[in-house]
Design a protein around this ligand. Structure first.
Ligand code: CAA
Ligand code: NAD
Length: 283
């Protein structure tokens, strides 16, 4: 099937990145959030990134103009009625995602594929909130989306081969490398990554070293581009905690218990870069 018109739901850091790469690939792209201020601010941020790419000679002024023209602000999910693909990128919470998928199932045409950018939640359970579980799939991009090459594709129990192949082709068209993963908590990326991040938070909690020194060990010792605490701030500590909860519940294994310090930071509203404070302070 051909994917021409898409909607990205959630104009946060992930939804913005996904919408950008889709618009640059020539898709008519609705970017949807709960209010227009959030959507407009995200489109302004995308414009800044594209302008920088023009300055660096990575894209032409015409390509920038075409990508921006493909981005359509939306605050009404009914705009998804003519879409071939919807990618949901809202908060990492099953109840909230379930409502969105159930609503989209009513709005979207029968052929439309409904994808979730969830970091860890079961695709099979998300799909069960629709009457088209064969057309529901995990399309898990990495942050920052325009830069990172991976997209994890997660098949729910009922995801059809046709849906999988259409989304795999779309991933390739966006310049990403798709990897097929079974529907297990945290998939591969976050089953491995978040355990490392959580362990780094335990090191801080136990007073083993300062945030800077913990991050320096992983950056200089293991050649990671960011240390685990800086990366946690970049992902968002609410998202990190939500993923650890999913791993802990899903495997019923204490090796996934979220560090109490992580819970405390989230309760304090210290969510990392997006709130101005996490393990580090941001302007
Ligand atoms: N959006 C778009 N582009 C961005 C960006 C953003 N938010 N942040 C940085 N970039 C671009 C920059 O514009 C720059 O592009 P150019 O080379 O064209 O100028 C490029 O990335 C490099 O940026 P910088 O030179 O400013 O900084 P850097 O060299 O330190 O790289 C980084 C920044 C790419 C983010 C790098 O630090 C990195 O790779 N960090 C690790 C990222 C990572 O691990 N991501 C996965 C997170 S886990 C996940 O996504 C899954 C989940 O479910 C939680
Ligand atoms: P974010 O907090 O930056 O953005 C979420 C956005 O969703 C907000 O703008 C919010 O207003 C909007 N939203 C909430 N409910 C909505 C609704 N009902 N309708 C429309 N918009 C709604 O979050 P994020 O970091 O972009 O994460 C979004 C999703 O992507 C989560 O499921 C997360 O687990 C996943 N993810 C995050 C990362 C990461 O590094 N942050 C990486 C991969 C996947």
């Amino acid at each position: 099937m051909s994917i021409q018109t898409v909607m990205v739901i959630g104009a946060g850091q992930m939804g913005g990145g996904i919408a950008q790469v889709m618009a640059q690939a020539g898709r008519k792209t609705y970017l949807n959030d709960v209010n227009m201020d959030i959507v407009k601010a995200r489109i302004a941020f995308i414009e800044k990134l594209l302008t920088k790419d023009v300055t660096k000679g990575k894209i032409t002024e015409e390509q920038k103009t075409a990508a921006l023209a493909n981005l359509i602000p939306s605050v009404d999910q009914k705009d998804a009625a003519d879409c071939d693909l919807v990618v949901e990128a809202i908060v990492e919470n099953m109840d909230v995602k379930a409502k969105v998928f159930s609503n989209l199932d009513q709005i979207c045409k029968p052929s439309c594929i409904l994808a979730s950018n969830t970091s860890s939640l079961p695709i099979t359970e998300i799909a069960a909130h629709t009457k088209r579980p064969d057309k529901v799939i995990g399309m898990h991009f990495m942050n920052p989306v325009p830069v990172m090459k991976l997209v994890e594709l997660i098949r729910g129990l009922a995801t059809s081969d046709e849906t999988f192949e259409a989304v795999r082709a779309e991933g390739l068209a966006l310049g990403k490398t798709p990897v097929e993963v079974r529907d297990v908590p945290g998939f591969i990326s976050n089953r491995v990554l978040q355990v490392m991040i959580n362990e780094a938070i335990y090191c801080l909690y136990e007073g083993v070293a300062s945030p800077e020194d913990i991050d320096t060990v992983m950056k200089l010792g293991m050649n990671h581009p960011m240390g685990p605490l800086q990366l946690a701030d970049f992902i968002g500590l609410d998202t990190v905690l939500a993923i650890m909860e999913t791993l802990y519940d899903g495997y019923a294994d204490c090796k996934y218990r979220p560090c109490p310090l992580l819970r405390q930071y989230v309760k304090a509203g210290w969510l990392g870069k997006k709130s101005g404070r996490g393990f580090y302070q941001y302007d």
